[in-house]
Design a protein around this ligand. Sequence first.
Ligand code: APR
Length: 245
Amino acid sequence: MNIFVLTGAGVSAESGLGTFRDKDGSGIWARFDPMKLATPEAFAKNPEDVHAFYNARRQNLIKAAPNAAHEALARLEAELTTRGGALTLVTQNIDDLHERAGSKSVIHMHGELLKARCALCDDVTAWRGDLGRSTECLACRRAGQMRPHVVWFGEMPLAMDEIAESIARADLFVAIGTSGAVYPAAGFVAAARRSGVATCEINLEPSDNAEWFDAARYGRASVEVPAWVEEVLAKVDARRAAPSA
Ligand code: APR
């Protein structure tokens, strides 16, 4: 069985990392203006504020730990592989909690906070400290254009061709902890349906594109994802045990 999983900020919420658009108005974008902090224009106009915002999030991430939802997805990856199947795990999150939970293959379509990119020579390097205007690129040795390796609003997400191919060949598409408010990720479920792929969402509440999903589980990711993984593996085993039925 080939399963495609898309995760969003909700999968890391119980690890203490903020989500963006909480209905109670406590989300990151209710407290910070994304147009002043998460666009290439904002970086050109006010790099100090952009650096301060991402430096604080980077230190917060380093203190965080994966939760049961991350661990269950790492288990699903390993268990599906031993059963001749595969998991494609695509995340909108810029944190490394999937990897820290043991996931071997994670596609970060919006980039990674623990990496920095030189806007002059495009070199990407691992980065755990603060970035600033005087930060020098380790590759081209020039300062002033080192930025977080994240995809800002108005920029093209990463690995889009690979993602489209994986959706088309999946048997099941599952979105976990995402509001379905941001494209192109919010359009993946429609692409899955067009390819005849079964769809399911796991979220605290119905997402903005809930109507596109065949099935849904509502509740906290740390509870719903481990339970869902258990059920999927049991179904895969039952199907293997009775192939002729
Ligand atoms: N368990 C499950 N779902 C949760 C939990 C939880 N503990 N906590 C919150 N959620 C759900 C919320 O109900 C919401 O629908 O997670 C979703 C998070 O939605 P957003 O905050 O909009 O985050 P996301 O969908 O990942 O945002 C997409 O937007 O801001 C940009 O680049 C940023 O990658 C991000 C993209």
